[in-house]
Structures are given as structure tokens and as C-alpha cells.
Design a protein around this ligand. Structure first.
Ligand code: M6R
Length: 604
């Protein structure tokens, strides 16, 4: 949830750290700080507020250090305040550290340290680690001695005054990646922090410690033994971590969706053979009797859509669960259960814990994930990557599109092999599929219409998003997008449930975004529009192009190009995302860094 960056090399460390923090700010942004090894001592500067506040504090100060650590925080223990910001130091400032995660037993450790005479400057759990690291022995020995005392999750990056030009990193249930440049090294909680300098990376495993100096790096297990590691090349382009002329990352990422769709199907859809292929799934058994999708937030909405695809194409029962609920139950799973874990980051704590539980119970895991080498991919039996590229906007957009795409393809892949795909389905879907990027671009070209619509609605206080069938998960997703970036109360509902309660909410100042699908559900949803209008509620209807009947009933209409029903969510999501974006913009909200949120929820 917080962002960590460490640097050692020939450049001015402060400049690298601030650049890295800017790129990590999406992980947390209530305070930030840096620690530098400056002429034999450790200098710490930390401020509550966004990185800009820290930069102002540093302006005019000169630092020459080539080695340092930085942190951007999303508060868990201790309110956002200067003294709770990282880095933290020990009493004598012999070391400084930044931490991502939660030290669960920090109260007991703190009591013990207080009794021993340690003086604390913050209310954080992280500071106890700095105090525990004091004492005799080399820095590595002190780290090895301290780790067994810690319970919980942590990625740590540590500087010791006595070892100039050396950084230590430790990983336990919270990501930490070593970036390998030419005579320079980076430690970061996330690749974008150093992507500008290198694409070569080593992913630390839980229980590993890395020691880095400008002369090289070595990794140790927490037992003290050295480990050999593989260096990966991250397939991301540094430009993808920039806004590229767009006002916000979210808007840029919405616009990237036609390309994301093309990338996600590339090499997986064989038009000539009329097949969907996944080289990652060569040994995938076809005889699972049941699927349980576990995920959080937007990824869970993708899972709900995946359920509909899989049940249709594969005839396998699918349950969808919030990972945060699933992990605290005693779920019924066995080796015939496939657990489908969906996550953009691959680092969401609840999803990881749900997967660990499922593994203990004998289930096999298929991850649908966007981040190479993330924790989820290392737990899974199979991983299908969504090729969305780096997603920086806190509100997930292009990753959702890629998740929906992968789940649709996976349904086709499995259904074809199992023989459950209705005849002609593959052919008609593969014929239509190449038209989707063009149709998405058409929707994006109508962006200004959505902006105009957003100006009509940005002062509303309540929104209902209604949909049936494939549009029900989209209704949930549309509502989530609106509430997380514009702070407007929004509820996603199965339109058929309206009469069972929510219709009581309808009045003239409640807006309903009604998603009108195709087939037999269309008429039912038209009935829902009538019911809302009869109670003088305002209706925006999303429907297929040329649906004159909807135009006659709703106050405002958003049309999507005609496509096969199974693909309609991939198009409908674009105006829903744009609407949330422009409402937030009109309200003056901070779109890329919405209040109280951070990109990846790596703590519980
Ligand atoms: O990285 P993950 O896909 O596991 O993240 C899951 C949710 O935290 C995430 O989708 C969240 O709901 C987004 N802010 C939604 O826009």
C-alpha cells in the first residue's frame, strides 16, 4: 500500500528517489520522506502531504549522496503526520528504514523496547523495526537476528550509517524488487519506480534479504545462506509510466483500451484455425468439476462476468467470492476445484491469503494477473497474463478490460476443448472479435458527448447503476468507478431487484444509469426505465446504436456500436469509465489519487 524506493549508484540519489516516489505516488500519498547517507551520517527529511510538499521542503538544500531510500505512505498505524512519515530511525540515528506492510506484533515489541529504554518518535508499527536493528554485529547479522521477531508483512529498505553506499532490502509478504542498472541498483515496491533506468529486475521471495552496493548485489535467505536468483527483463515500456499528454493516468489508460484488447488477444486467437490458444495452459486439465473465482473490487466484477462466460461456454458451475470473505471462511474445496484468482497487481493481500487457503485445501490455482513475477503468479499453478501494461490510475480501467477479455478467451479455450461450446459459437465470435478495437475507438471519439453529459450530472448526490445478465457486473463496476473517484454515492444493482427495495430510493434528484442489454432482458430493462420515470427519477440509458425505443423513454442516451451480446460489456465499459472520469473532473476531484485509496491493497 505504501511505495518504497532505494538507490545506490553514481547519480545523485535524491533526484532518483524523488522521481521514483512520483511514480509510486499512486500506492499511497498521505506523506513522504527520504533518507540519505550524507558525509558519514544519515539525513532524514519527511513531510505529511503529497510528494510536492516534500519537494518544497527539500528545495534549496544540497545533497551529494549517491545512496538513499524513499517512501510514500498510506497510513495504517498512526495518523498522517510528519513524525509518522517514513523513513524511521533508531535512537542514535545509526540507521534508517522504510517499510511497507504491517508488523502485527508491534505493540508487544514496542512495550519491550520502551522497557529497555528506547524512545519512540512515532506511533507507527514500522519504527519498532528500526529499534530492533540497533545493537552489536554487522548490519546483515542484525537483520538476520531481527526478522524472526517480526510477525506480519513487510518489505523493508534499510541504510546503515556504518556501511556507506550499501542498501539492504527484505521481503516478507510484501513485494520488493531489485532493479539492475549499469553500475547502479534500485530497490522498489513496484517496477515503475525504476523503469526509466532499467528493465532488468530480480523479484525477491518471502524471507529473502538483498544486500546492494554499486559494485553488485547478493541475496540471502533468512537463514543466512546465499540464494541464486534469476534476472528477468520486464516487458514494459518506460513511456507507459508517463501520462503522455493526457491530463490524468486514468484518462490515458481508458484511451489505451483498444490497444490493450489487441495485445491481450495477440497470439491467443488463431483466426485461421478458428481456435483460442493459451501456451501457458498446455497442461491444463479439462475435468475440473467446479470453479471458484476469488478477487477484490474491480477484479471481482470481472470474475462475475467470467462466471457467466464459463457457465455458458464450459458448463462448469462457478462461484464468485470476495477474497476478503472467502479467506475467513472454511470453504468447501477439493482437488477438482479450480480457483480462479483475478488481480491486476497480483499483490492484493486478501486475494493472496484466499489463494493460500485454497491451496492448503487441495484446489488448483489459475491466476489472471497483470504484473509479471508478482506474488500471485508465484503461488498459482497457471498464470494467464492480462497484457494491459502498467496501470497507474488508482481507478482500474484497462486492467478490467483485459481481465474481461482473458476470461472470455479462457471460456472459449476450455469450452472448445471440453466440447461444450455451442456449435457455431467460436466461428461467430472470432469473426466479430477483430472489429472490437475499432468500435472502442468510435466510443472514445465520442468522449466530448460524455463530458457534456457529466456536466449535467456532477452535482447529483446519488446514483443507481442498473443492469441484468452480462450488464449486472458492469453496473457494479460503473458504480464503483463513480464512487471511488468522484465520491458520489453510487450503487450497482441487478435491475430485476429494483422492485424488491431500491425503487424506494427513486426521486427527482436520484440519477439512474440504466444499462439496456440485448435479447429477452432488453424489454425487462425497458420496464425498469418506465418504473423510474413514473417516479420522476432521471435516467441515462446505455443501449445499442439505433435503439429508438430507449431514446423515447430515457432522459439521456449513450449508444454503443452494435456487437454480439457476449462482447457488449467490452464496449459498454468505455462510456461508463469516461462518465465517472468527467464527473470527477467537473467536481474538481483528484482523479488519479482519490482520497483514502491507494492502488494496491497489500495490507489487511
Ligand atoms: O490489484 P487487484 O486487481 O487485486 O486490486 C483489486 C482492487 O483493490 C481494485 O480493483 C480496486 O477495487 C480498484 N481501486 C478499483 O478501481
Amino acid at each position: 500500500m505504501c511505495g518504497i524506493i532505494g538507490y545506490v549508484g553514481e547519480r545523485e540519489a535524491l533526484c532518483v528517489l524523488l522521481g521514483g516516489l512520483r511514480r509510486l505516488e499512486y500506492r499511497g500519498y498521505d506523506s513522504a520522506g527520504v533518507a540519505l547517507q550524507e558525509k558519514g551520517r544519515i539525513v532524514v527529511v519527511r513531510k505529511v502531504g503529497k510528494i510536492g510538499v516534500l519537494e518544497q521542503e527539500l528545495a534549496g538544500k544540497t545533497f551529494t549522496s549517491r545512496c538513499g531510500i524513499g517512501h510514500t505512505r498510506w497510513a495504517t498505524h498512526g495518523v498522517p503526520a510528519d513524525h509518522n512519515a517514513h523513513p524511521h530511525t533508531d535512537c542514535r540515528k545509526t540507521l534508517a528504514l522504510v517499510h511497507n506492510g504491517i508488523i502485527e506484533n508491534y505493540r508487544a515489541l514496542r512495550e519491550r523496547l520502551l522497557a529497555e529504554g528506547h524512545r519512540f518518535l512515532s506511533e507507527t508499527d514500522s519504527e519498532v523495526v528500526a529499534h530492533l536493528l540497533e545493537g552489536d554485529g554487522s548490519p546483515l547479522e542484525r537483520i538476520l537476528r531481527t526478522l524472526p521477531l517480526l510477525e506480519g508483512s513487510y518489505a523493508l529498505c534499510i541504510l546503515f550509517a556504518e556501511e556507506p553506499g550499501v542498501l539492504y532490502g527484505v521481503r516478507q509478504f510484501s513485494p520488493l524488487i531489485l532493479g539492475i542498472g549499469d553500475g547502479e541498483y534500485f530497490l522498489a515496491s513496484d517496477v515503475p519506480a525504476f523503469l526509466e533506468y532499467t528493465r532488468k529486475a530480480v523479484f525477491l521471495e518471502d524471507g529473502e534479504i538483498v544486500r546492494v552496493s554499486k559494485d553488485g548485489w547478493e541475496v540471502f535467505h533468512r537463514t543466512g545462506e546465499k540464494c541464486s536468483k534469476t534476472v528477468f527483463t520486464v516487458p514494459w515500456d518506460p513511456v507507459s509510466a508517463e501520462r503522455g499528454g493526457f491530463k490524468h493516468f486514468m484518462l490515458k489508460e481508458i484511451h489505451e483500451q483498444p490497444r490493450v484488447f489487441e495485445d491481450t488477444i495477440a497470439g491467443r486467437v488463431n483466426l485461421a484455425r478458428g481456435e483460442v490458444e493459451f501456451e501457458e495452459l498446455e497442461d491444463f486439465p479439462l475435468d475440473f468439476s467446479r470453479v471458484v473465482a476469488v478477487a477484490c473490487g474491480t477484479a471481482c466484477h470481472a470474475g462475475m462476468l467470467g462466471k457467466l462466460y464459463l457457465e455458458d461456454f464450459v458448463h462448469v458451475p462457478v462461484d464468485v467470492e470476495y477474497a476478503s470473505e472467502f479467506r475467513y471462511r472454511d470453504p468447501l474445496l477439493d482437488e477438482k476445484t479450480l480457483v480462479l484468482a483475478i488481480s491486476q497487481s497480483g499483490e492484493t493481500a486478501d486475494t493472496l491469503r484466499a489463494v493460500e487457503l485454497a491451496k492448503q485445501k487441495g484446489a488448483r490455482i489459475l491466476a489472471v494477473c497483470n504484473v509479471l513475477g508478482s506474488s500471485l503468479t508465484r503461488l498459482a499453478d497457471w498464470t494467464v497474463y492480462t497484457r494491459a501494461g502498467i496501470e497507474i490510475g488508482v481507478a482500474s480501467t484497462k486492467a478490467f478490460l483485459a481481465q474481461m477479455t482473458v476470461l472470455l478467451l479462457f471460456g472459449l479455450f476450455w469450452g472448445k476443448r471440453k466440447g461444450t461450446l455451442p456449435p457455431g459459437t467460436m466461428e461467430s465470435l472470432l469473426e466479430e472479435m477483430p472489429t472490437l478495437p475499432r468500435k472502442m475507438r468510435t466510443l472514445l471519439s465520442r468522449e466530448e458527448d460524455i463530458h457534456v453529459l457529466a456536466r449535467e450530472f456532477y452535482l447529483f448526490k446519488d446514483f443507481l447503476y442498473l443492469g441484468r445478465g452480462l450488464y449486472y457486473p458492469l453496473a457494479l463496476e460503473g458504480a464503483l468507478k463513480l464512487k471511488e473517484i468522484s465520491y458520489i454515492h453510487a450503487e450497482g444493482l441487478a435491475a430485476g431487484e429494483m422492485k424488491h427495495g431500491p425503487i424506494a430510493l427513486i426521486e427527482p434528484d436520484v440519477a439512474s444509469f440504466v444499462l439496456v442489454g440485448q435479447g429477452e432482458r432488453r424489454l425487462k430493462v425497458l420496464g425498469n426505465i418506465e418504473e423510474i420515470k413514473a417516479r420522476r427519477g432521471k435516467v441515462i440509458a446505455l443501449c445499442d446504436e439505433g435503439d429508438g425505443e430507449v431514446r423515447g423513454k430515457a432522459d439521456y442516451v449513450v449508444e454503443i456500436p452494435k456487437t454480439l451480446e457476449v462482447f457488449s460489456p467490452l464496449l459498454a465499459i468505455v462510456p461508463l469509465q469516461l462518465f465517472a472520469y468527467y464527473v470527477a473532473l467537473e467536481k474538481g476531484c483528484d482523479v488519479d489519487q482519490p482520497r483514502n485509496l491507494a492502488k494496491s491493497v497489500t495490507v489487511e
